[in-house]
Design a protein around this ligand. Structure first.
Ligand code: DC
Length: 223
């Protein structure tokens, strides 16, 4: 049976993950956070002294990634270890943005992402889901917000944590990742021709969810 696939792409910090998770739970779909796959590969790469060693290890199939779901929460296992809690550091964010430009890394993850979408109804979020991974997705959303708004949301999330970065540092980091993600040669971040643009700069979480749920109702036959 053909599965139903929804793609949500957009820059870092646009709210893709929390929105995709909420919509997946409302529809009973599997939520796939593809950024976590790139982050897990970034963590894997840290064990190798050079990029050549790391790419050789990928080619030698030394990196085994598995997604498991616990009550709708995606956990990622790297060679049998649950590394989910190690993936959201600023260091891994920057490294993931760098290694995601390597064609070998993208090829390594492509089949994995496609086969999850073939087996399950999914909402998949990332940078190239509508353009490369699921070009035939049933609905494609490109979710964005101004860099300043994304930095300010991230700042509010982190401000009570010890060693929280300043707003300026977060903004700088977001702009650098936007640049890396949209200027790489392979599968850069860009809006697919048939994707619907949602600019959430002045919208709240629930407003964005409702807008996407309306599009789903309008465009997909989920009965
Ligand atoms: O969504 P995120 O911030 O967790 O993603 C981490 C990095 O992985 C991001 O800088 C770009 C890369 N990425 C990608 O190139 N393609 C995807 N489909 C998802 C993430």
């Amino acid at each position: 049976m053909k599965t139903c696939n929804i793609a949500i792409d957009g820059p870092a910090g646009a709210g893709k993950s929390s929105i995709a998770r909420e919509i997946a739970s409302r529809l009973g779909f599997v939520y796939v956070d593809t950024g976590a796959l790139y982050r897990a590969i970034a963590l894997f790469s840290a064990d190798y002294p050079t990029q050549a060693d790391f790419l050789q290890a990928l080619e030698d199939a030394a990196c085994h990634l598995e997604l498991k779901y616990f009550g709708g929460t995606q956990c990622i296992f790297l060679n049998g270890d649950n590394v989910t809690d190690k993936l959201r550091t600023p260091d891994i964010s920057m490294k993931a943005s760098q290694i995601s430009a390597l064609p070998e890394v993208r090829a390594f993850l492509l089949d994995q992402q496609k086969s999850i979408a073939k087996e399950h109804n999914v909402i998949m979020d990332g940078r190239d889901i509508g353009t490369v991974v699921l070009p035939d997705a049933d609905l494609k959303i490109f979710l964005t917000a101004s860099p300043e708004e994304r930095a300010s949301r991230r700042y509010l999330e982190l401000e009570d944590k010890p060693d929280a970065p300043s707003y300026e540092e977060i903004l700088e980091d977001i702009k650098r990742r936007d640049y890396n993600d949209s200027h790489r040669t392979v599968a850069p971040l860009k809006q697919a021709k048939d994707a619907i643009l949602i600019d959430s700069t002045t919208m709240g979480f629930h407003e964005v969810c409702e807008a996407i749920l309306e599009l789903i109702e309008e465009k997909l036959d989920l009965e």
